[in-house]
Design a protein around this ligand. Structure first.
Ligand code: SF4
Length: 353
């Protein structure tokens, strides 16, 4: 039984799951032995890494992974899904799906267009490979592009040729990332037996601890007064750009607004920050800010450092950035490090460096 190494990077594909099924190994069989232990540890690592930021490449330190390494990676994916399902929290499911999709995105960028076309078929994306670019059926394009914040993704800003939208490889990979995230998210949680849940209970306790820590870090009512001195460098940079009268890209505007909202700033204070922007439109800014704060019933969490880096919004990393995976964690740690007594109100925009 053979499998290409690359499927270890795409464990959600039918090819990878067929391989796992054909191996004849059951989940129960993983509870004993060295192979099973390694698979379970990697599965746990997958979920914890997704909570903390991004799922790291398991083969980073290996020149040539062997079949056992590949199998561990392939088997760890269904076990990770079990772990996420045992906790069953909607936010964790979303975060895990996003992290798996982002991890795949890193590898997809280096793939040949033919492989990407094959991958798109997994997600029923109707597309045509056109040399190095792609033509995506407009219905499939809309299925995944509608949630992208940047105006460049709006269909009115794209060419349409006989019902197909031409996209370059970079954008095609981004659409695939959304498709992967959707597929994983919609397939969770799994319906698991009580016996199976019990056999993984100690691992679930460990994962839940990390998840609880994350939720505690993000509890906005616990951040106290806003202290701009403790903002991460990326957020300080964005604020400085706004203050200098520069328009922020949509992804940066979303990151800045959601960050400020998550640390407890009110809508009016956030809107005031954008007043100096050359393209300031009170009505539109108010709508966007309130939407991010949750006016439609869903409040948004600021993007992780991995997502910030993907959009070119990670700027001016400091030493503390090596210890965290989320700008909110940076802020939380800096507040704790500097001491609550040092907290102060947000200074005037003019004093921000
Ligand atoms: S590592 Fe994270 S917190 Fe630090 S600058 Fe980059 S995005 Fe901001």
């Amino acid at each position: 039984m053979d499998i290409d190494l690359k499927y270890a990077y795409y464990p959600f594909t039918s090819c990878a799951s067929d391989y796992v099924k054909r191996s004849g190994k059951s989940i129960e069989s993983l509870l004993d032995g060295i192979f099973g232990r390694d698979v379970i540890n990697r599965a746990k690592e997958r979920v914890i890494q997704s909570i903390r930021g991004d799922i790291k490449n398991a083969f980073e330190d290996k020149d040539i992974p062997d079949i056992v390494d590949i199998e561990k990676e392939l088997f760890s994916y269904p076990v990770a899904r079990i772990f996420v399902s045992c906790i069953g929290d909607h936010y964790l499911i979303k975060r895990y799906a996003l992290a798996e999709a982002e991890a795949a995105h890193v590898h997809m960028k280096a793939e040949e267009p033919e492989f990407l076309e094959k991958l798109a078929r997994e997600f029923n994306i109707q597309c045509v490979l056109d040399r190095h670019d792609f033509q995506v059926h407009f219905a499939d394009y809309l299925r995944f592009a509608y949630r992208m914040h940047d105006p460049e993704w709006k269909l009115v800003n794209r060419r349409l040729e006989n019902g197909y939208v031409p996209v370059n490889k970079k954008d095609f990979v981004r659409l695939l990332q959304e498709a992967i995230s959707d597929r994983i998210q919609s397939s969770l949680p799994l319906d698991l037996s009580h016996a199976l849940k019990s056999s993984f209970s100690s691992h679930i306790v460990d994962i839940s601890r990390h998840f609880d820590e994350l939720k505690a870090e993000f509890r906005s009512d616990d951040f106290g007064e806003v202290n701009s001195e403790c903002f991460p460098p990326c957020i300080k940079h964005m604020l400085a750009l706004v203050q200098a009268g520069q328009n922020l890209a949509h992804s940066a505007r979303f990151a800045l607004t959601s960050f400020l909202a998550n640390i407890g700033m009110g809508a009016e204070d956030i809107i005031d920050i954008y007043r100096v922007s050359p393209d300031f439109d009170e009505g539109q800014t108010s709508y966007q800010v309130k939407h991010i704060l949750g006016s439609s019933g869903k409040a948004y969490t600021a993007p992780t450092c991995a997502t910030m880096a993907t959009y070119g919004n990670c700027f001016g990393k400091e030493q503390m950035c090596d210890w965290i995976s989320h700008p909110l964690s940076f802020y939380r740690k800096k507040l704790d490090y500097d001491g609550k007594g040092a907290r102060q109100s947000l200074p005037p925009m003019s004093s921000l460096k």
